[in-house]
Design a protein around this ligand. Sequence first.
Ligand SMILES: Nc1nc2c(ncn2[C@@H]2O[C@H](COP(=O)(O)OP(=O)(O)OP(=O)(O)O)[C@@H](O)[C@H]2O)c(=O)[nH]1
Ligand SMILES: [Mg+2]
Length: 473
Amino acid sequence: MAFNWFRRTFEQAEPATAQEQSPDSASKTAPADAQPLQPTSQPVVNTDLLSWAKAAYTNIQHKQAVPVPEAMPEQVASETSETTEEAHNPPPSEAVPFWMQSAEQIQARVAELSANALPEESAVEPQPVVGKVNKKSLLAFDQEFLWSAEVLAKQGRKPEDISAEEITWLNRLRVGLGKTRLSLVNQLKGLVGMGPLSADAVEDIEALLLQADVGVQATDRIIQTLQDKLRAEVLPPAEAIAYLKQLLRETLDAPLANRSPYLIPVKNQLNIWLITGVNGAGKTTTIGKLARLAVKSGYKTLIAAADTFRAAAVDQVKTWGDRSGVEVIANPVPNADPAAVVFDAINSAQARGTELLLVDTAGRLQNKKNLMDELSKIRRIIDKKADHAIVESLLVLDATLGQNGLRQAEVFAQSAGVGGIILTKLDGTARGGVAIAVVQQLQLPIRFIGAGEGIEDMRPFSSYEFVEALLSG
Ligand SMILES: Nc1nc2c(ncn2[C@@H]2O[C@H](COP(=O)(O)OP(=O)(O)OP(=O)(O)O)[C@@H](O)[C@H]2O)c(=O)[nH]1
Ligand SMILES: [Mg+2]
């Protein structure tokens, strides 16, 4: 069973659902009503998150072919059934989330778990049941695991449907956004939660959000809405922060309207993703990471090397093709016509039954007009030559550029019919609030985020997970 990273679920190799084969999905752009992937069920409140985390951990161990200590399944099974009971008869007050507990409480809890439920030695040492066990990929049942588990559980995910990489990725994202988070959360907690915001508090929150790169427009809107809420209702700090999180999620999801929260290539059809953006934004790296995700998720994938301007660009994308195990269609002639490369790649894709064709493009030409003309030409060739393909134009943005990157993006967004954003370099000096500014200003959804230079360092964007990683204390 492969984990489909675009859907965030485990599935058989060739799922091809009825919906995927519906006439809608043959349209030129990604279907607006694609199967919803982000969990739509009600967030798990009052659920015993600890039991959930233990069940998820056990499942991950099974999937990694690591035998679980004999006592464990029963223990988890009995505790899971308690959870079910609790779900029917919820306790009167909501359990305090992990991150709101004191450090001692958390440590005591983790120590208790380590001692009673999941002896770490047995997770590392036992003989594998099937195949070879990669010890490096084994997760520890620690505070980081619990945090990721809570984020997944609260989205209504089931413990049996969680992959180890989801846990690892969430932690990587949280670490990537760490700097922004730490300066935001503690100060915000001190400012909200005392009734309507004073003029000073408004100014302070405004400064915090602007420093986090949220941008002027989004900051004004958020503060206004927050103030309205706090005037109408006195909220304690934790609830005021929860409301702020909700506002941020709503801003991030606004451009989705009724569209699927995730961008998923449709199986058994040709999907073409045109990757554009200024030079150095991370397009080629993104192609490599997406190719990797696509192969892991069971899609027949191909790359078109349509950046023919820079001499080394073709070799660079070929290296990423090798790393991800995806063939690259390129023209060895220097300065070959990129539109002709795309034409050849579509031919190959059609002949081979490729499901996802990723097109790398140049970030710089002799001048900006030439570049925009070239991108428009590539787009026209795709629309003409692959008129049954599902085409998506994605703009790669370097998060470390903050507001400057946004101005450049506006020019790109007008060419090549950009339908979504890929935000890269969230691991570096980037201030995470830029994601909110990007969405607010461009009115385009973020589809993927990159947080690192490695091949595994990119995942589909989830507003819930992003906001949790940005604002959990
Ligand atoms: N830290 C970090 N670095 C990244 C990330 N994505 C890309 N990079 C780095 O950014 C630099 C530029 O990446 P490329 O993929 O070559 O960018 P490009 O947009 O293809 O650039 P051109 O082909 O020149 O237009 C490289 O050094 C990458 O390793 C990321 O998520 N995090
Ligand atoms: Mg490149």
